[in-house]
Design a protein. Structure first.
Length: 212
């Protein structure tokens, strides 16, 4: 039961940050007018594979990078929390359509036929907030089952991204712009709560170490 509770917790956390439905709207805005259903399927597949590879990379090397640069996990909690908080505010305000995407990246994507890896997968779908969250969650794993729950949770999120991208046109027709924004704003509230927890727990731990 504890395993499934942790799996659910990780899944909700990651899926709220990734926001597959919101990102699918960004994908549609980058699609050329001549794009076919087959093109959309290829983009969905390549983007999903890319974020899975990125996840494995962060899972294996994320904590090593912290050690190399001498960064404490609690510091990542505070900084990652701030990144997530900024994302959450944008999501709640309805301006998350530009999340993790600069103006230059958007212009380049419009002229690039294959934008499935950059910028769609990285950094739009798998951005700094996802990176920080995975490092933090990985840092708290103490057993194989806890690690397995994190891996399965991300695979569930990756599947949701694939399905959202593959069916992005149908989702837009079903929900409309207003429906997509409502879902993104609800996700933003969850991300905001997660961000506050990261900031508070990280700050408390850093202060405790400082005073000791």
């Amino acid at each position: 039961m504890e395993f499934f509770n942790l799996l659910l917790q990780h899944t909700v956390t990651l899926i709220s940050i990734v926001d597959p439905i919101g990102v699918s709207a960004i994908m549609l805005s980058l699609l050329p007018e001549t794009a076919t259903k087959e093109d959309v399927n290829k983009i969905a597949f390549k983007s999903t594979i890319t974020i899975i590879i990125a996840f494995v990379f962060v899972l294996l090397l994320g904590n090593l990078l912290l050690e190399v640069f001498g960064i404490e996990l609690d510091s990542i909690k505070v900084m990652g929390g701030l990144v997530l908080l900024i994302m959450a505010i944008k999501m709640v305000n309805g301006t998350a359509q530009e999340k993790n995407q600069t103006k230059d990246e958007r212009e380049e994507a419009k002229t690039n036929e294959d934008f499935s890896v950059i910028p769609l997968a990285i950094p739009i779908t798998f951005g700094p907030g996802v990176f920080a969250t995975i490092v933090i969650l990985k840092g708290h794993t103490q057993s194989f089952m806890e690690l397995l729950s994190l891996v399965l949770a991300f695979l569930i999120v990756a599947l949701s991204v694939y399905l959202s991208f593959r069916n992005s046109i149908h989702i837009k027709k079903l929900l409309g712009i207003t429906g997509q924004k409502i879902i993104s704003r609800l996700m933003g509230l969850i991300v905001g709560a997660i961000a506050i927890q990261f900031i508070l727990f990280g700050t408390a731990a850093l202060l405790k170490d400082y005073w000791n």
